[in-house]
Design a protein around this ligand. Structure first.
Ligand SMILES: [Zn+2]
Length: 69
């Protein structure tokens, strides 16, 4: 069952030079721009870079797993 109040954002982080995905429940009174600016300011760049590296490793690993018949 989906939680209707959760919104998905794709703010751009200039430090990582990439967009990152953010799931958040915002009160209707919240200012989205302020929230996203704050989220980018608090972005864990190291963890983001690590997860990106891990993801590309998985992709390379999957490409190498070619089934031989
Ligand atoms: Zn970042």
């Amino acid at each position: 069952m989906a939680i209707p109040n959760v919104k998905r954002f794709r703010p751009f982080c200039p430090v990582c030079n990439d967009n990152f995905t953010l799931m958040a429940v915002l009160p209707t009174s919240a200012n989205v721009d302020t929230y996203l600016n704050d989220a980018v300011a608090r972005h864990d760049h190291k963890a983001f870079a690590d997860s990106k590296a891990a993801m590309s490793k998985v992709r390379v690993g999957q490409q190498k797993q070619v089934k031989k018949k």
